[in-house]
Design a protein. Structure first.
Length: 394
């Protein structure tokens, strides 16, 4: 294909019933969130952290895979990159969901109370980092980094649809080289700020990697689910084959194994050292009913999807890819619940409070994706690598 040849793939919008479902879930979720904050602001706030960090996982993970494609020169992912570009738009609701959290920091974070810090030597030693002003500044920096690179990646990709100019690819490759290290630092600090500091006396040098691995695995699972469903419904190009499906399945399987390695390593090192200032965090998650959630995470976030995807044929079956992707998405939300809620309650809790943000996040994902599919082609038709990606064979 010549440098300025464009692959002709018609733009297709999502069905109206899917769009209506997205809006319905969004309004129902938003109503439940409002009711939650009016009836129990603290409990709603902890669930807000879960929904907020879950959406951040998908949005930031999507931007990571966009950058990874460019810097690695990947071909097979090119036909599906627009799905990632659509999912990256979730950065906007991520910023919006942070607003109620900043309004309720004192109800959620122990270290925001000056009188508590004044009588706690550990918190005093951490106060140069854990203070509200620096906390807010850091979050602003994270958003600027993620948002700036995402919108430039996206703008160049959309412009390339018009003329297939290779210069846009070269620009994004250079941007990706700068973005990857910034992402590694920012996503690690983001997880420390919003998740690990819920219990500021505890620390883990692996926590940032743990969250980052869950982030990219979840973003990949969401992308895989969208690709398979959209392909089955006829919204992608003709010619998606087992080689494409296998690549999604193999990458999901690899990241799943890496997540399990990081999760086990974090647990094993703290268990082996058996230091009171470290092991109390895991002990609180192995009693009063939390042990069942811990076991569920081991099964749902590793063993079951592992055996679902371990064989080569299973990685090529759309039905298995969809079910394993949905299981991993759910498991990441459960993992965040396990990370956050023991700070709120000594035993697991479940009510409409815990349903509000899952419903809202699913609705937002559908609505934002549908809005962009209405305006842009779901395939980057101007990318010079597109035809090679469509013809990809292992």
């Amino acid at each position: 294909m010549s440098a300025h040849e464009t692959v002709i793939i018609p733009k297709k919008e999502l069905p109206a019933n899917i769009v209506r479902l997205g809006w319905a879930l969004t309004f129902v979720g938003l109503a439940l969130v409002v009711v939650s904050y009016l009836t129990d602001a603290q409990r709603a706030g902890f669930n807000n952290i879960i929904g907020f960090t879950f959406l951040a996982s998908i949005a930031v993970g999507a931007v990571f895979f966009i950058a990874l494609e460019y810097i690695a020169g990947a071909v097979w992912t090119t036909p599906f990159r627009r799905v990632l570009e659509f999912l990256g738009m979730l950065l906007i609701p991520v910023a919006l969901l942070a607003i109620p959290l900043f309004l309720n920091l004192h109800d959620l974070y122990h270290w925001t109370h000056a009188d508590v810090v004044a009588n706690d030597k550990v918190l005093q030693s951490k106060s140069p980092y854990l203070n509200e002003q620096f906390f807010t500044i850091r979050f602003g920096i994270y958003l600027v980094i993620w948002g700036a690179f995402y919108f430039i990646f996206r703008r160049n990709s959309m412009k390339q649809d018009q003329n297939s100019d290779q210069k846009f690819t070269k620009k994004n490759i250079a941007l990706a080289a700068a973005f990857i290290p910034l992402l590694a630092i920012s996503i690690s600090l983001f997880s420390i700020d919003w998740l690990m500091s819920l219990e500021p006396h505890w620390f883990s040098t692996m926590f940032g990697v743990y969250y980052f691995t869950g982030t990219i695995l979840t973003a990949l699972a969401v992308t895989t689910y969208f690709v398979v469903v959209l392909s089955q419904k006829g919204f992608f190009f003709e010619g998606i084959n087992e080689n494409h499906y296998y690549s999604f399945g193999a990458l999901m399987f690899g990241l799943l194994s890496f997540w399990a390695y990081i999760a086990f390593s974090q647990f094993m090192l703290i268990w082996y050292a058996n230091l009171p200032e470290e092991n109390f965090w895991f002990i609180s998650r192995w009693q009063n009913g939390w042990e069942y959630v811990s076991i569920a995470i081991v099964l749902l976030h590793f063993w079951i999807p592992y055996f679902m995807l371990v064989s080569r044929p299973s990685k090529m079956k759309p039905s298995i890819l969809k079910s394993s992707a949905l299981l991993l998405i759910f498991s990441h939300f459960l993992d965040l619940y396990w990370l956050v809620m023991p700070t709120y309650s000594a035993s697991p809790v479940f009510s409409y409070y815990e349903l509000a943000f899952p419903i809202l996040t699913v609705g937002l994902i559908i609505v934002l994706f549908a809005m962009q599919a209405k305006k842009y082609n779901m395939v980057p038709v101007g990318d010079p690598k597109l035809q090679r990606g469509i013809d990809f064979h292992l």
